[in-house]
Design a protein around this ligand. Structure first.
Ligand SMILES: Nc1nc2c(c(=O)[nH]1)N[C@H]1C(S)=C(S)[C@@H](COP(=O)(O)O)O[C@H]1N2
Ligand SMILES: [Mo]
Length: 234
């Protein structure tokens, strides 16, 4: 059993290794270094316009529920598990209690859906994906991950996007447990990419040695999903 200090040390070491490997790539992604991002409004925390081009801002109480709709998984927190596997030094299976025992962050984030709506200032609480990856230690060959969900959904991310400090495994929104419809007990939110990159009811992070497309990416959505370049289809 790790002490809190041991756990924190392993996280810090893992984060340092990952930043050494991916820091430069991360800084070069369009959401951190686009000289001419499209959109409107004051800047968000990354210097992008608050609203990507053509988006309608909805009130939070109008936050739509969008998913495959075949079934809405009913995962009790006690039964939720996150498997982290593929090319990693330390494959993991986290329970909900394990997730809550990791360092928690709270942040305001915007949520942009490719179908044209945005929700601003969601107050998200959860664990950085970076923290979990720091514990799993992706092997040198790992370049991407596939997030899998209990409804059969999947979506892929390059590690330089997945490791950004605002990418969270979210379990609370605006002070309440993440609603089941929005992916509770735990979903991913990637604020700087289109919302489909955030798997609801996330169940597995599969590290990969090459890129592979997820559910919507196979069906014609952009593989990169960059909102401020109007990057919607490929
Ligand atoms: N598991 C799962 N995650 C998913 C989806 C899905 O169908 N299944 N849809 C994606 C899409 S297309 C969008 S726009 C957002 C919508 O999240 P919301 O229902 O909380 O608004 O979830 C994303 N994550
Ligand atoms: Mo979507």
């Amino acid at each position: 059993m790790d002490t809190v200090e041991d756990l924190q040390r392993r996280i810090d070491e893992g984060v340092a290794l990952l930043r050494a490997r991916f820091g430069a790539k991360m800084a070069a992604t369009p959401s951190l270094s686009d000289p001419h991002p499209q959109g409107e409004g004051p800047q968000n925390r990354h210097g992008m316009p608050r609203e990507p081009p053509g988006q309608n801002v909805f009130e939070k109480r109008e936050w739509p529920v969008l998913d495959l709709g075949v079934e809405t998984p009913d995962v009790a927190p006690e039964r939720w598990r996150l498997v982290v596997d593929g090319p990693v030094e330390h494959p993991l299976t986290l329970s909900y209690a394990d997730l809550l025992a990791l360092p928690q962050v709270e942040q305001e984030a915007d949520f942009h859906c490719v179908t044209g709506w945005s929700i601003l200032d969601l107050r998200l609480r959860g664990v950085r994906l970076e923290t979990v990856l720091a514990l799993a230690r992706p092997a040198p060959e790992a370049t991407h991950l596939m997030a899998h969900a209990s409804d059969g959904y999947s979506t892929n991310l390059p590690l330089e996007e997945a490791l950004k400090p605002d990418v969270l495994l979210v379990h609370e929104v605006d002070g309440a447990p993440l609603p089941r419809d929005h992916g509770g007990p735990v979903r991913i939110v990637v604020p700087q990419l289109w919302a489909w990159k955030g798997a609801k009811w996330v169940s597995r992070l599969e590290l990969m040695k090459a890129d592979r497309r997820g559910y919507w990416e196979i069906r014609g959505y952009s593989n990169t999903a960059y909102p401020w370049r109007d990057d919607r289809i490929w």
